[in-house]
Design a binder for this molecule. Structure first.
Ligand SMILES: Cc1cc2nc3c(=O)[nH]c(=O)nc-3n(C[C@H](O)[C@H](O)[C@H](O)COP(=O)(O)OP(=O)(O)OC[C@H]3O[C@@H](n4cnc5c(N)ncnc54)[C@H](O)[C@@H]3O)c2cc1C
Length: 356
């Protein structure tokens, strides 16, 4: 390849998508990743693939919700441009709680009302829950329904993007190490997540289920062919060792308390990975003028939720999109955050000048 326009180091979720979209926009791209083409070394490989701006942002900055809502408009377009179909559902989320945790539901409703005035949240009584999600029966007397939230089969997506990269001539160097992100961004830290994949073809679920619980806020995400993803623990640290007994018990006990029919489900896999987080739990861009390098990190537990929006922003900054594409809509990606960055974020003009 003649000199590339962009060299991407790290082809898990964000880097892989950036390489794909940049090459579609006409850039010559080269990609390096320490693991293989399926993305098996990434947090994205382990993730549940939820794109749930309202639910996630109950405990996060409101910018996460607005960027996530924008991503929801981009996901269907991205998927339509992939060479192979990828499982994607937009059936929304049901928030559930056990009677003794009614306080959690009150807290959730307050957060939703105060942070998401535009969010459409419907309160459901038992009969309506049974109609929407028959597998739950009349087990819960109340629930909150958040329509429109989506989920994507994370592994099928990573694979499909790898095929798209090959089709579009992106030079991919799998199993090749570059410099680790932490070296240049010491404030980055890992948050371990444990997750379990089940097979339960006899259980038909239509929505993502989330349990509102003070200690074990687990979710169940239904996938194609009777597969279910149950996650996830959140433990400070970068330990990627196998799932602990405590983690397994917490995930399975809470999931079973929501859906007792899981008793006969088969355990396909337990897995762990580390979510990349910055101190404020927001994503950020960091431009290193000396190295002519743009660092993008801190996607934490929101990679699938935020990646299309961040990729769009980065390609606009690098002038690979139509000049009419708005830039700088997401303050957390532009703000000068001296507490998190080892160098100042430059404004779009300066980034464009330096990289050109
Ligand atoms: C259990 C769990 C559940 C999750 N569920 C969700 C969810 O439902 N919804 C959601 O939005 N997000 C979820 N996430 C978060 C999401 O997975 C991450 O935010 C996202 O994957 C981060 O994307 P990334 O590209 O920054 O990192 P990654 O996806 O981790 O990719 C990093 C890549 O860099 C490569 N790499 C590392 N070091 C080097 C090096 N030195 N040289 C070259 N390559 C290197 C790795 O091999 C990897 O492929 C979850 C995460 C976990 C752990």
């Amino acid at each position: 390849m003649t000199r590339p326009d962009i060299a991407v180091v790290g082809g898990g979720l964000l880097g892989r998508c950036l390489a794909w979209r940049a090459s579609r926009a006409g850039a010559r791209v080269v990609l390096y990743d320490a693991a293989g083409s399926e993305g098996e070394g990434s947090a994205a490989w382990v993730a549940a693939g939820m794109i749930a701006p309202t639910t996630e942002a109950m405990d996060a900055d409101t910018q996460i919700a607005s960027m996530g809502r924008h991503s929801l408009t981009l996901w269907p377009r991205w998927l339509a441009e992939l060479p192979v179909p990828v499982f994607y559902h937009e059936n929304g989320t049901l928030l559930l709680w056990h009677r003794e945790d009614a306080g959690e539901a009150v807290r959730a409703q307050r957060m939703l009302a105060s942070r998401h005035s535009q969010a459409c949240v419907k309160r459901l009584e038992s009969g309506r829950i049974d109609e929407l999600e028959p597998a739950l029966g009349t087990r819960f007397s109340e629930a909150l329904h958040i329509p429109g939230e989506a989920q994507v089969d994370n592994r099928a997506f990573l694979k499909a993007v790898a095929i798209a990269l090959e089709d579009s001539g992106v030079e991919c160097h799998w199993k090749t190490f570059g410099m680790g992100a932490k070296y240049n961004w010491p404030q980055l830290r890992g948050v371990r997540g444990e997750i379990v994949r089940l097979h339960a073809p006899e259980i038909e679920l239509h929505h993502m289920l989330r349990l509102l619980h003070p200690r074990y806020p687990v979710y169940i995400v239904p996938r194609a062919e009777g597969r279910l993803v149950v996650g996830a623990t959140s433990i400070e640290g970068e330990d990627r060792s196998p799932v602990s007994v405590r983690g397994a018990l917490e995930l399975l006990t809470s999931a079973y308390s929501m859906l007792p029919a899981l008793a006969e489900a088969r355990i396909l896999e337990f897995s762990t990975q580390v979510r990349p987080a910055l101190p404020n739990h927001l994503p950020a861009l960091h431009f290193d003028r000396e190295r002519n390098t743009l660092y993008i990190n801190g996607l934490y537990r929101h990679g699938f939720l935020l990646t299309p929006t961040i990729v769009e922003e980065v390609l606009a900054l690098l002038s690979f999109l139509e000049p009419s594409t708005p830039v700088g809509r997401w303050p957390c990606l532009r703000e000068k955050r001296t507490e998190t960055l080892s160098a100042d974020i430059q404004d779009s003009w300066e980034i464009q000048t330096c990289l050109s």
